[in-house]
Design a protein around this ligand. Structure first.
Ligand code: VOV
Length: 250
């Protein structure tokens, strides 16, 4: 085994986080008719996303976002980048999009790393693995998204550790994660070659304090403490058609 053996990863659906801010000045200045037309178009787009999820051909989640970084996020999982591109374009062609700006977006692919595996098994034949690679996003109350890297400093270079060292650290990481079973659901998007960071971490929880607790607890764990580098954190509240409508009421 060479000192820096590359890890085998399993990939599932491609992911696209579309963060938007709302231009309230423009939205308020629009006539009621214009706003209704924009909302009708948005709702019919949302219905196509719901139909796609019912067919298990992808999954979508819509959340409002706190703070100044964004007002909304539309998170999409789809089998191909072409589909994600088509979603982006369809959204941008709507009247609603003209009342928004895109401060941030993130592209990745749902990833499972093979640190914890059953040798000899075809992982994609395992229904638990398939459920994690092609997940239906839980419509839990809250979402938390942040991008991250693993450090490549001379002293602390994740990519120069042996497989065994990495495996041990990931085992410890997994054990912490397991304590949050049923409380935090994680979708890890691998984004090497796709976006500015190595992973996009999306967490779902019904109690937002669980985000604080899991992220904090992981900070003390070696893999995050020594190697984790983090981008901006975004946190939000789930939206359905009615709460989206009332958020946009002026
Ligand atoms: C919600 C709980 C939770 C659980 C159960 C969990 C478990 C696991 C396991 C078992 C594995 C390895 C195998 C696989 O399944 O990929 C991973 C992998 C990964 N994780 Fe994780 N993680 C969680 C949660 C969880 C969080 C909160 C974070 C952010 C870290 C932090 O400090 O803010 C994270 C990150 C990652 C990453 C970036 C990877 C890929 C690392 C790589 O080098 O390839 N993760 N993760």
């Amino acid at each position: 085994m060479s000192a820096n053996e590359a890890l085998l990863t399993l990939e599932g659906w491609y992911t696209y986080h579309n963060f938007r801010t709302i231009n309230w000045e423009k939205w308020r200045a629009a006539s009621e008719q214009e706003r209704k037309a924009a909302l009708d178009e948005l709702h019919s787009l949302i219905r196509t996303w719901e139909a796609n999820e019912e067919q298990k051909e992808g999954s979508t989640a819509v959340y409002s976002i706190l703070g100044h970084k964004a007002d909304l996020v539309f998170m999409f999982l789809r089998p191909t980048l072409q589909e994600l591109d088509a979603i982006k374009t369809a959204f941008n062609k709507t009247r609603f999009a003209a009342f928004t700006e895109a401060p941030y977006s993130y592209v990745s692919v749902v990833e499972l790393s093979n640190y914890v595996n059953n040798p000899g098994e075809d992982p994609k034949a395992n229904p638990h693995v398939r459920d994690r690679l092609y997940p239906i996003l839980p419509k839990w109350e809250h979402i938390c998204f942040y991008p991250m890297n693993k450090k490549r400093d001379l002293q602390d270079n994740w990519y120069m550790l042996t497989m065994q060292e990495r495996q041990e650290m990931m085992r410890s990481h997994g054990l912490i994660g397991r304590k949050y079973a049923g409380k935090v659901k994680q979708i890890i998007g691998g984004s090497v070659g796709f976006d500015d960071w190595e992973w996009g971490v999306t967490l779902f929880a019904n109690d937002p304090l669980e985000f604080k607790h899991i992220v904090y607890e992981m900070r003390f764990d070696e893999v995050s403490a020594r190697f984790g580098e983090f981008g901006n954190f975004l946190v939000g509240n789930v939206l359905n058609s009615e709460s989206l409508e009332s958020l946009l009421e002026v």
